[in-house]
Design a binder for this molecule. Structure first.
Ligand SMILES: Cc1cc2nc3c(=O)[nH]c(=O)nc-3n(C[C@H](O)[C@H](O)[C@H](O)COP(=O)(O)OP(=O)(O)OC[C@H]3O[C@@H](n4cnc5c(N)ncnc54)[C@H](O)[C@@H]3O)c2cc1C
Length: 346
């Protein structure tokens, strides 16, 4: 045992804590422990009382899935190490408490993205498997567990089983979407998705009613990896179901170069020159807003982007507007906030 893991094997202490899910309803009190290692989790489960134990990741479940009134809750966020990465296959092995945000910020600069991303990146890998989360690419990529090649599961008998879809399909698929009821996922191997850039080429359309919405989605389903529709279910009469549908794919380097060149040319035509220090990247209005000098030019450029940039169709994945409209920052209350500074320019 390494010195590090010896230090980590000190038993995690559980403290009475009031918990809710992301919906902030139905609060209950449980003994909450924050183990730092698989050994600590095993120790906690071994000594568990009659009220049992449930795993908890980042608590983004809408309701009370990660609560255990009067019992034990094992929070996995202290187990947040990436253990290995194969840059040939994109396979990453990590502890269950690693968040999707950690994977994205760690691997996107190297050209890898999470295979499935729900509406917030503040979820753990363990939570993503236990809820088998879906993203805006569900029609193309399926849900999260389809991209999981293996996980280690601590079961009620204290045994840790390495489970793959081939070695034990029943246990694998009972755990994927099993909401923590088959055991505690300790670590997992997930296949990341290769991308050329961090930008998306996006098309946005408006539809008049539910029939047109469904017809458009059916017709374009296979054309894009990612699609999301904001549908107006309160509109009355013939407008019921009118939508704004946004569809996109990760941009290639060539597509980004082309769009940036076109945007620069259009900016020069409009303003006579490029604003000083501007990134001049379509879809990146906030960068321009901050950097363009003098400020008046910055505001003019930002206003121009908001009204003109749709034709360049590029958005950065860090932009909250496309897939993370409800997700910002580390605190879950921030999930509720409108994207700070997000001037969506498409
Ligand atoms: C703003 C927002 C947008 C969302 N958008 C989507 C979306 O688009 N698609 C979607 O599918 N979901 C979505 N969700 C739901 C969220 O992705 C899931 O609830 C996810 O499981 C939360 O992960 P977590 O780490 O916070 O898990 P928690 O909420 O802490 O736990 C969720 C469940 O997973 C179990 N669990 C957690 N860790 C482990 C583990 N290590 N081993 C075994 N079981 C474990 C818990 O027991 C519980 O049953 C969204 C949530 C929010 C707040």
């Amino acid at each position: 045992m390494s010195a590090a893991s010896q230090t980590r094997s000190v038993q995690a202490e559980a403290c009475p804590t009031r918990l809710t899910g992301w919906g902030m309803t139905e609060a209950t009190v449980a003994e909450v422990a924050l183990p730092r290692s698989a050994d600590e989790v095993a120790g906690l489960v071994k000594g568990v009382g009659a009220s049992g134990v449930i795993a908890r990741g980042l608590g983004r479940s809408y309701n009370n899935a990660a609560q255990n009134d009067g019992g034990l809750v094992v929070t996995t966020t202290g187990m947040c190490d990436v253990l290995s990465f194969d840059s040939g296959s994109g396979l990453v092995t990590c502890e269950a408490g690693v968040s999707l945000e950690q994977l994205i910020t760690g691997f996107l600069p190297a050209g890898w993205f999470v295979p499935v991303s729900p509406g917030t990146r503040q979820v753990t890998v363990g939570g993503a498997i236990a809820s088998d989360v879906h993203g805006k690419n569900h029609h193309a990529a399926g849900s999260f567990a389809r991209h999981v090649t293996s996980f280690d599961l601590l079961m009620a008998d204290g045994a840790v089983r390495t489970v793959t879809p081939e070695s034990n399909p029943e246990l694998f698929w009972a755990t994927a979407g099993g909401m923590g009821l088959t055991g505690i996922i300790l670590r997992a191997t997930v296949r990341l998705k290769k991308v050329e850039t961090s930008r998306l080429v996006v098309d946005t359309v408006r539809t008049a009613d539910i029939d047109e919405t469904m017809a458009y989605l059916s017709a374009t389903d296979k054309d894009y990896d990612y699609t999301v529709a904001w549908t107006d279910c309160l509109a009355s009469g013939g407008s019921l179901g009118r939508s704004v549908i946004t569809s996109g794919d990760f941009a290639t380097i060539g597509e980004v170069d082309e769009a940036v060149a076109a945007a620069r040319q259009a900016l020069v035509q409009t303003f006579g020159r490029l604003p000083a220090h501007s990134a001049a990247t379509p879809g990146d209005a906030s960068t321009l807003l901050v950097r363009a000098q003098p400020p008046a030019v910055g505001w003019a450029v930002a206003a121009w982007l908001v009204t003109h940039a749709a034709q360049y169709r590029l958005r950065d994945v860090s932009f909250a507007g496309f897939r993370w409209s409800a997700s910002l920052g580390g605190s879950w209350t921030k999930d509720r906030a409108a994207p700070a500074g997000a001037v969506v320019a498409t």
